[in-house]
Ligand binder design. Structure first.
Ligand SMILES: [Fe+2]
Length: 326
């Protein structure tokens, strides 16, 4: 079969399936409001909001993990400064599930992922992501201290759980002892912190920063694969690769027929995902994405590419993933 046609139900859902993009925007706003309030007055009520959001993300991952990964990978809205936290939370949930971590422990890990940089939010919001030059000495010191600052804020707000606290405190420690703030190594670093560190490393590479463009998702995974067993936990690196597949959702690819397409989801054969073409073989902007099965030789993936310019990209993409039930 050369083309995967959406069935009738899918087509009906497509008509209103911008929901997953909207869902991420709504959760992003909720997280931003939570941070604003938590920094003004650290107390338990804001911690409950983190737990509430962690529950929602956990549920959404069960419902539509491919869509969530894709939307977070594709998100380039400069107003969404906490996409990194949401993306890391989704990866933590999926890696945790992959390695058999209990749902209750995963929930706390998700909270840690969302609050990992709460100790330097002012720096992150105002400057760091947009800054094209290197770090100043003051910024460097603030970054070095942010895990311990974050720990302090969370403890003041009443967080007592060791999974959450250790992950925030240790998410920049590295297995080889070359991390910070305490240069812990090996088993001194909690499992939750290792998972969060890995998610954070991947997201940092897969998304653009002020001083450098994003790596292609597969290149980011290659780097992680080559660092496994050094500063990255080898079993967790394997789990991440299983979760994302070789071409993660939201990646852009060129097909054998020269179309440019976005990866929608894995198929039954992991190396051949289902993709949606948005630029034709002749380089024309398509009015509606065409679903392709890359196991068909006509639509084999030839290479990964950067996101294309398409005047109507948002409208084309929002129909490719099913909505999330709230
Ligand atoms: Fe951090």
């Amino acid at each position: 079969m050369s083309t995967v046609e959406p069935d009738e139900k899918q087509t009906k859902d497509d008509d209103k399936s911008s929901d997953i993009f909207i869902w991420v925007d709504v959760q992003h706003k909720f997280l931003a409001d939570t941070f604003d309030q938590l920094l003004i007055s650290p107390d338990r009520k804001h911690i409950s909001r983190c737990l509430y959001l962690a529950h929602k993300i956990q549920h959404a991952c069960q419902d539509n993990s491919m869509g969530l990964l894709a939307v977070l990978q594709l998100n380039r809205n400069p107003r969404n400064q906490y996409v990194k936290e949401l993306y890391a939370a989704v990866l933590c949930e999926l890696i945790g599930r992959q390695i058999g971590m209990r749902p209750s422990a995963r929930l706390l890990l998700l909270c840690a992922a969302m609050t990992q940089d709460i100790g330097m939010l002012d720096l992150q919001e105002d400057r760091l992501d947009k800054q094209a030059t290197g770090l100043t000495e003051g910024q460097r010191r603030q970054i070095q201290k942010h895990p311990l600052n974050g720990l302090k804020i969370l403890e003041q707000a009443g967080v007592k759980d060791s999974v959450w606290l250790s992950a925030v405190e240790q998410h920049h420690e590295r297995l080889d002892g070359k991390g910070y703030p305490q240069a812990l190594s090996g088993d001194q670093i909690s499992q939750a912190a290792r998972i969060l560190a890995l998610a954070d490393i991947y997201v940092a590479m897969a998304r653009p920063r002020g001083d450098r463009p994003a790596l292609l998702p597969r290149d980011a995974m290659k780097k992680i694969f080559h660092s496994r067993g050094e500063h990255i936990d080898a079993d967790l690196a394997k789990a991440l690769i299983s979760v994302l597949g070789t071409q993660p959702p939201g990646s852009w690819v060129r097909l054998a027929n020269n179309e440019i397409a976005v990866v929608i989801r894995r198929s039954d054969i992991p190396a051949f995902p289902i993709v949606g073409s948005v630029i034709s073989s002749q380089g024309e902007h398509l009015e509606r994405a065409i679903i392709r099965d890359t196991s068909d030789r006509s639509f084999t993936m030839v290479e990964m590419v950067k996101a294309p310019f398409h005047f109507n990209l948002g409208a084309l993409l929002c129909v490719l993933w099913a909505k999330i039930s709230d």
